[in-house]
Design a protein around this ligand. Structure first.
Ligand SMILES: [Zn+2]
Length: 337
C-alpha cells in the first residue's frame, strides 16, 4: 500500500487532535442491528496464535512472493490447497493487469467461502503478494531487492488461514468469505512521480471489485488486514475506513476494547492509506475497513518500521500480535447473527 496524499494526512493529524478529546472508554448505547448483545452466551473457537505464526512462516518459506516468479506460483498453490482443507468452496480468480511500468502481470485472487448459502455474509481479506523492490530500504544498494513481506502481506493471510481453520469446525451465524488479493503491492517505486497514484496499487482488489466472485455479492461489510504481525503494533483509525464505514470501525474497535485490547486498537486517527479496502469501497460500493499498523513516528513516517525494506522478515513477527488481531476478528465473526 502507499500513502495517499500528504495534505490529507496532515488534516487527519489535525483531526486526531479533536478525536483524542473524546472519552476513550465510552461504550455504545446500542449496537448495530444484526449484532449480538454483549453478555449473550457465545461459543467462540479459540484462535491459536502459534498456528497463525506457522501459516505466516509457511508463506515466507517460499521466499518473496513477487508476481511472475516461481515462489509466487508455488505460494498460490499452497494457499489454494490449504483453504481446500477447510472448505469445499474455494475458487481462484485468474486475471491480467497492466502494472505502472507497462508490464502485464498475471494475478490470482484466491477465494474461500464458508456456508455461502446463508443470507448474511461477512468478507475478510488480505493481500498475499510481496513487493518486488524494497524502495524504502535505508541502504540504497538494497532498494532493488524484493521484500520478504512477512508483515506486509503474509501476516494478514496467516491470521485469515487460522480463521479458516477454525471455521472448518465451528459454524457462526453468518457466512464468511475470505479473499487473498494478488498484485496489491506492485505500485511505482518511491522516486517515481506516480508513486501516490491510487490505481497503480491494489490491482487484484480493483479487478475483484469490478468482477466479484458471485453475482450481486453484498456482504454486510469487509475487514481488510494489513501488517498485523509486528510487536506492539498500533492499529489506528485509518482515514478511508472512517470516511466510508465509521460505524463498522466503531463496531470492531468496541469489540477489541471489550476484550482488553485498547492499547493495540487506540481511538486515535491515522492517515488515509491507499490499500485494497479503498477500491472495495469506491468501486464495489461495499463498506470496507482496514486494520493496519500505522506509526507516524517510524522512520518512514506512516507505517511499521520495516515497511518496504529488506528487513520485513519473520523475526519481526510476534505471535502475540497475530493473536490479538485473530481474537478480535473471530469474536467479530461470531458476534454477527
Ligand atoms: Zn506494501
Amino acid at each position: 500500500m502507499s500513502n495517499f496524499v500528504k495534505s490529507i494526512f496532515l488534516l487527519s493529524l489535525f483531526l486526531a487532535g479533536l478525536w483524542s478529546c473524546q472519552p476513550k472508554t465510552r461504550q455504545p448505547e446500542t449496537l448495530e442491528p444484526g449484532t449480538l448483545e454483549p453478555g449473550t452466551t457465545l461459543v467462540v473457537p479459540a484462535f491459536i496464535p502459534d498456528s497463525a505464526y506457522a501459516f505466516v512462516k509457511a508463506q515466507c518459506d517460499f521466499g518473496p512472493r513477487v508476481p511472475g516468479t516461481p515462489s509466487h506460483a508455488a505460494c498460490a498453490e499452497y494457499l489454494e490447497n490449504t483453504l481446500k482443507r477447510y472448505t469445499p468452496h474455494v475458487q481462484v480468480q485468474s486475471f491480467r493487469s497492466r502494472a505502472f511500468d507497462g508490464i502485464v502481470l498475471n494475478g490470482k485472487n484466491i477465494i474461500a467461502s464458508f456456508q455461502p448459502d446463508k443470507r448474511a455474509r461477512l468478507m475478510l481479506c488480505a493481500h498475499w503478494d510481496s513487493r518486488p523492490f524494497a524502495d524504502h530500504d535505508p541502504d540504497p544498494a538494497k532498494r532493488n531487492q524484493p521484500v520478504m513481506g512477512a508483515n506486509d502481506g503474509a501476516s494478514g493471510v496467516g491470521v485469515l488461514l487460522e480463521v479458516a481453520r477454525l471455521l472448518s469446525t465451528h459454524e457462526p451465524g453468518i457466512s464468511v468469505d475470505i479473499i487473498f488479493f494478488d498484485l496489491e503491492d506492485y505500485g511505482p517505486p518511491h522516486d517515481d512521480q506516480t508513486e501516490g497514484k491510487n490505481e497503480h496499487w491494489g490491482l487484484g482488489s480493483q479487478h475483484w471489485s469490478r468482477n466479484p466472485h458471485e453475482y450481486n455479492y453484498r456482504p454486510r461489510y469487509v475487514i481488510l488486514l494489513d501488517m498485523v504481525g509486528a510487536t506492539d503494533a498500533r492499529f489506528l483509525l485509518e482515514g478511508f475506513s472512517m470516511h466510508f464505514a465509521p460505524d463498522k470501525v466503531k463496531k470492531v474497535w468496541d469489540i477489541a476494547h471489550r476484550m482488553g485490547y485498547q492499547e493495540y486498537f487506540p481511538n486515535q486517527r491515522g492517515g488515509f492509506i491507499n490499500d485494497d479496502h479503498y477500491f472495495i469501497n469506491e468501486i464495489a460500493r461495499i463498506p470496507a475497513i482496514n486494520i493496519i499498523h500505522l506509526d507516524a513516528n517510524s522512520s518512514n513516517g506512516s507505517f511499521f518500521e520495516y515497511w518496504h525494506t529488506t528487513e520485513d522478515t519473520m523475526d519481526k513477527i510476534d505471535s502475540r500480535t497475530l493473536g490479538v488481531v485473530g481474537d478480535v476478528v473471530i469474536q467479530t465473526i461470531f458476534m454477527e447473527k
